[in-house]
Design a protein around this ligand. Structure first.
Ligand SMILES: Nc1ncnc2c1ncn2[C@@H]1O[C@H](COP(=O)(O)OP(=O)(O)O)[C@@H](O)[C@H]1O
Ligand SMILES: [Mg+2]
Length: 361
C-alpha cells in the first residue's frame, strides 16, 4: 500500500461558533476529540501520514500548507442550508480528492424533503410529507394524523422529542412553529411511522459495465452492505420510542442495538436493496447509512440517508453494524479511504484525474 498524505477534516464540537439563541442540541451533529483521534489512529495504522485540520474558514490556507494527496472528510459545516456540502465544494475548487459523497449528494442528504422527492420519483417507499416554511400553510389533503414533525435540514435526532408526534391541528401548528423558530429553517411533516427502527450501513460504489469490484469484500455490484441494525429505543422512557438527539448524544448506550436485527430474511434483503437504491438515487459515493421505519402496514419506509454517517468508534450505528459482522474500526475507516483512492485513481498515477466518472442515469 502506498503511503499517502491524508488530511483529516472535521468540525469539533468545541470549535463551533454558537449563536446565543442556539437550541440545546445545536452541537449534536459535531464530532468529539475521541472520534477524530480514533480515525487518525486508524489511518496511521493503514500506513498513511495524517494531517488533522478543522474544517472552518481557515481551511483553504491550511490545505495549501498541508498539500495532502487526499482528504478524509467528516465535516458537518457550521452554517447554511447545505453546510455538509461546503467542504466538498471547497475541495472541488482546490482540486483535492476526498472521501465520500460530493457536493450535490451531501446537500441532498441534508435536505430530507429533496431526498424524499427524488426517492418518490424513483418509486422508492417514503412516507407522504409536506414542508412548512411559515407554519400557517394549510395541511395537504393526503396527510392525516398522527403526523411527525422534524427540522428539514438537521441530523442526529435534532429537534426530535416527545412532542414530535402530533395528533391534532393545534399540536401540529405548535410543533411546526417551534421547529421553524428554534432551528431557523422549515419543518418537515410526514406520516407517523409507528413500527420498528432499522438502519442499513453500506460501503461501495457502482461499477461500470464489465468493471470488477475493488476487492473480495464487495459483491459483484460493487457494494458491501452491513447487516441490518435495529435500534430499540422502547426501553428509554424519556425518548417515547424515538431516536432523539438526547438519546444519540447524551445517552448513546441506552437503546438496545440489535445486529443483525431479528427480522425475516425477506425484509432484511428488501432493506438492503432499498438502501442501495436510495444511495444510487442521490448519487452518493463510498459510504452511507440509510434509516428506515416500518409503517402500520409493516412495510419499510425510507426516513433519510446519511452520506456522512457518524464514525464514533464505540456507539455510531455503522460502526456497531460493522463490528457485528466482524469488521474492526480500523478496517472500516481504511475501506472508506481506499474506495476514494480507487475512484480517483490515486494509486495509478498520483494525479487528480478520476479513473472513472460516475454516471447515475
Ligand atoms: N415519520 C416518522 N415516524 C416516526 N418516527 C420518526 C419519523 N421520522 C423520524 N422519526 C424518528 O426521529 C428519528 C430521527 O429522524 P431522522 O429522519 O432519522 O433524522 P435525523 O437522524 O437526521 O435526525 C428517527 O430515528 C425516528 O426515531
Ligand atoms: Mg436518522
Amino acid at each position: 500500500m502506498n503511503r499517502l498524505r491524508v488530511a483529516l477534516l472535521y468540525n469539533l464540537k468545541y470549535n463551533v461558533p454558537l449563536q446565543p439563541d442556539a437550541p440545546p442540541d445545536a452541537l449534536a451533529e459535531y464530532d468529539t476529540n475521541e472520534t477524530v483521534q480514533a480515525i487518525e489512529n486508524a489511518l496511521l495504522a493503514g500506513g498513511h501520514e495524517v494531517i488533522p485540520l478543522e474544517g472552518d474558514d481557515t481551511l483553504v490556507e491550511a490545505l495549501r500548507e498541508a498539500n495532502p494527496d487526499i482528504c478524509f472528510n467528516i465535516c458537518e459545516g457550521h452554517k447554511g442550508d447545505a453546510r455538509e456540502a461546503q467542504v466538498p465544494a471547497l475541495l472541488e475548487m482546490l482540486g483535492i480528492p476526498y472521501t465520500g459523497s460530493k457536493v450535490l449528494a451531501n446537500a441532498l442528504s441534508l435536505d430530507k424533503a429533496m431526498c424524499k422527492r427524488i426517492w418518490r420519483d424513483n418509486g422508492l417507499p417514503t412516507a407522504p410529507f409536506q414542508v412548512f416554511c411559515w407554519g400557517n400553510e394549510p395541511l395537504a389533503a393526503d396527510l392525516s394524523f398522527p403526523l411527525f414533525v422534524k427540522p428539514l435540514r438537521e441530523g442526529s435526532g435534532m429537534g426530535v422529542n416527545s412532542r414530535s408526534v402530533v395528533h391534532d391541528e393545534a399540536a401540529l401548528r405548535e410543533q411546526v412553529q417551534w421547529v421553524i423558530r428554534t432551528y431557523r429553517q422549515p419543518a418537515l411533516v410526514e406520516s407517523f411511522l409507528p413500527g420498528r427502527e432499522l438502519t442499513v450501513g453500506l460501503l461501495g460504489n457502482f461499477l461500470a459495465p464489465g468493471e470488477r469490484p475493488p476487492s473480495d469484500l464487495y459483491d459483484e455490484t460493487g457494494f458491501h452492505i452491513f447487516p441490518v441494525l435495529e435500534i430499540d429505543v422502547s426501553t428509554v422512557a424519556e425518548a417515547g420510542g424515538l431516536y432523539t438527539s438526547h438519546v444519540k448524544a447524551d445517552d448513546p448506550l441506552a437503546p438496545r442495538y440489535l445486529c443483525p436485527a431479528d427480522i425475516e430474511d425477506a425484509l432484511a434483503a428488501e432493506l438492503k436493496q432499498l438502501a442501495v437504491a436510495a444511495f444510487r438515487a442521490i448519487g452518493a459515493l463510498d459510504v452511507s447509512r440509510v434509516d428506515f421505519r416500518l409503517g402500520v402496514d409493516g412495510r419499510p419506509y425510507l426516513l433519510e440517508i446519511n452520506t456522512l454517517p457518524g464514525l464514533n468508534p464505540t456507539y455510531s450505528d455503522i460502526v456497531i453494524a460493522a463490528r457485528a459482522e466482524g469488521m474492526d474500526y480500523e478496517t472500516l475507516i481504511n475501506e472508506i479511504l481506499n474506495l476514494a483512492i480507487e475512484r480517483y485513481g490515486l494509486l495509478w498515477d498520483m494525479g487528480f484525474v478520476p479513473r472513472r466518472s460516475f454516471c447515475y442515469c
